[in-house]
Design a protein around this ligand. Structure first.
Ligand SMILES: *Cc1c(COP(=O)(O)O)cnc(C)c1O
Length: 570
């Protein structure tokens, strides 16, 4: 009996996520969704919660990014070996894909907390001798391939995940679907709920939908209809086959096409969006469903730079287990906060010099912008009026960018190209760099090392956003459009600054780009730069507020306590 067997003694919450970002060495994440999953698991370990997490092994990772001389993103696989970090579990399971049997195995990785808590994470893998050659590649690339491949991956995650838990002897008290990718697990649960020995099996009433819903929790992350995974039924018939009767699947997953969000909504007793505003948007998108909101967080120990770890350890020693104590940040002397920040800034600047050859000036206000390069995040908003930008910022501020575009996202790649072209064009007038291959390691240096964290999404498309929470934890104030978590975290001139009008819109049809850009320039020029340059005490007060009024609350410990009391034990 392997030592993992002890994880099966107690019934657990099974947390399913297509991507999980635990550390940079395990490149099975693409962005915020995966990092959130990793941070969730780490906080669950810290809080000693009985959880087991599942994801795909993604043996070629997401991708490693290089940016060519023309500013165009190039992608390379990140080959990693599960056996270097994980143990292979003895039991396998089977799913049927395109009529073929596909075997699935699982690698176990243990997330251990200093508190003694431990969470097993299972990485599902189809690269097994005996599987058809094409099926061995299903778990290669995270979000790789076409819609058919996406469906195959979701079969492995949802159906395969539910089955392998059973094969290994795990007892599950709740299934938590982090986004709709894992919704197919509900089909397995439906079949288990079936009342046996009744002749007319086409009758949907025989599948106990309520009983399945009692077991399921669903977190939606997408604020637009087009963002939800959908599969045409002919494709579903070909790839998945008939796991439950087609009429029942259509009733639960959508009449026109199989919508993974609708399926999860129909089969979960608790559904939530990832910030208050996103909860409202989701309700408007899916009328008739009760949708709650639990705002995302970040794992404090993971995202505090070494300088702030040392600072917090010294003055607020229980902070990593009890981040609420950061509310007492005002007991830390100003000089020590500033010194910690200067350490983090020097650490980043050294990295920038090593990777790009550019030597930034530690005395200048340094603004950071890094996240997935998706068009809606508008990373180039700050370049709307170059003349104005130079007038305000030349010789006074510098900018650090980073972020990957999904390999199929032409608009995202064009965005990167536009940003890098501006960097070249303004060289000598405004110092800027684009850091390649934004990942957990780069984020860990970049976010704490800048003075101000910028975010400029088109409202209401930033469901939550979490990088701003990482910034706040390290005393970096946010300067952001009022969307996602920042609506809840923002106190003007105290925790940071807003960009543009208050958040009233429910759809993307209202666009405030010009207004946002003008507000961005005005505040930079009239409020932020003067404060940074002339009032050290005032700036450190902002830094402390970011910690004491944002970070103490926007973290995954607080978030997990809410999931437990509002979703898991209901
Ligand atoms: C935190 C993080 C993100 C999420 O950034 P947002 O600004 O919330 O979109 C994406 N990628 C990496 C590597 C991160 O660490």
């Amino acid at each position: 009996m392997g030592d993992w067997k002890r994880f099966t003694f107690e019934s657990r919450i099974a947390y399913f996520s297509m991507e999980i970002g635990l550390s940079n060495d395990i490149p099975t994440y693409s962005g915020g969704l995966g990092i959130l999953a990793g941070d969730t698991i780490k906080s669950a370990a810290d809080l000693n919660l009985p959880m087991v997490a599942l994801t795909l092994a993604s043996r070629k990772g997401y991708f490693r990014q290089k940016i060519g001389p023309d500013g165009w993103q190039q992608e390379y696989p990140v080959i990693w070996k599960p056996e270097q970090f994980m143990k292979l579990l003895p039991s396998k399971t089977l799913v049927t894909i395109e009529g073929r049997d596909v075997k699935i195995q699982a690698w176990i990785y243990k997330v251990k907390s200093p508190s003694g808590g431990e969470i097993p994470v299972l990485f599902l893998d189809t690269d097994i001798p005996g599987n058809a050659e094409q099926d061995r590649h299903i778990t290669d690339e995270l979000y790789g391939g076409d819609n058919r491949m996406r469906l195959k991956q979701e079969i492995v995650l949802g159906l395969g995940g539910a089955r392998i838990l059973d094969a290994l002897g795990f007892r599950i008290r709740k299934y938590h679907m982090n986004e709709g990718h894992a919704s197919l697990l509900t089909l397995e649960l439906l079949n288990r709920s079936r009342i046996p020995f009744i002749e007319n099996w086409e009758e949907p009433g025989l599948w106990d939908v309520r009983q399945v819903a009692e077991q399921c929790v669903f977190t939606t992350h997408t604020p637009v209809a087009a963002g939800h995974d959908r599969f045409p039924y002919p494709l579903v018939d070909e790839v998945l086959g008939e796991v439950i009767p087609t009429p029942l699947l259509r009733e639960l997953g959508g009449e026109e096409e199989l919508n993974m969000t609708v399926l999860a909504l129909n089969l979960s007793h608790y559904v939530n969006g990832v910030a208050k505003k996103h909860g409202e948007i989701s309700k408007a998108l899916f009328p008739g469903f009760e949708i709650h909101a639990i705002t995302n967080g970040v794992h404090p120990f993971t995202w505090a730079s070494p300088y702030f770890v040392a600072l917090f350890n010294r003055y607020l020693p229980s902070w990593a287990h009890e981040p609420e104590i950061l509310v007492r940040v005002d007991t830390i002397p100003d000089e020590d906060v500033w010194d910690a920040h200067c350490g983090a800034k020097a650490y980043l600047f050294q990295y920038i010099e090593e990777t790009t050859g550019v030597c930034l000036d530690p005395d200048l206000l340094t603004i950071g912008f890094a996240r997935r390069a998706a068009a809606y995040k508008r990373g180039d908003l700050i370049f709307s009026d170059l003349e104005r930008l130079l007038e305000i910022g030349s010789g006074k501020l510098q900018l650090v960018f980073g972020g990957k575009a999904h390999p199929h996202d032409q608009k995202g790649k064009e965005l990167i190209q536009r940003i890098t072209q501006k960097i070249n064009q303004l060289r000598g007038q405004l110092q800027m760099v684009y850091l390649e291959n934004y990942n957990m390691d780069v984020a860990y240096r970049l976010i704490p090392g800048v003075d101000l964290w910028l975010n400029t999404p088109i409202r209401p498309l930033e469901a939550s956003g979490t990088s701003g929470m990482k910034a706040a934890l390290n005393g970096v104030p946010n300067f952001s459009v009022l969307d996602g978590w920042w609506i809840e975290g923002h106190i003007e001139g105290k925790t940071g600054w807003s960009i543009g009008p208050p958040p009233t819109e429910m759809t993307v049809s209202e666009n405030h780009t010009d207004e946002d850009a003008v507000d961005l320039y005005d505040k930079l020029e009239q409020v932020i730069l003067p404060l940074y340059q002339n009032d050290r005490a005032g700036w450190v007060k902002m830094m402390k507020n970011a910690i004491g009024k944002n970070a103490y609350y926007f973290n995954t410990h607080v978030m997990m306590r809410r999931y437990v009391s509002e979703a898991y034990i209901r």
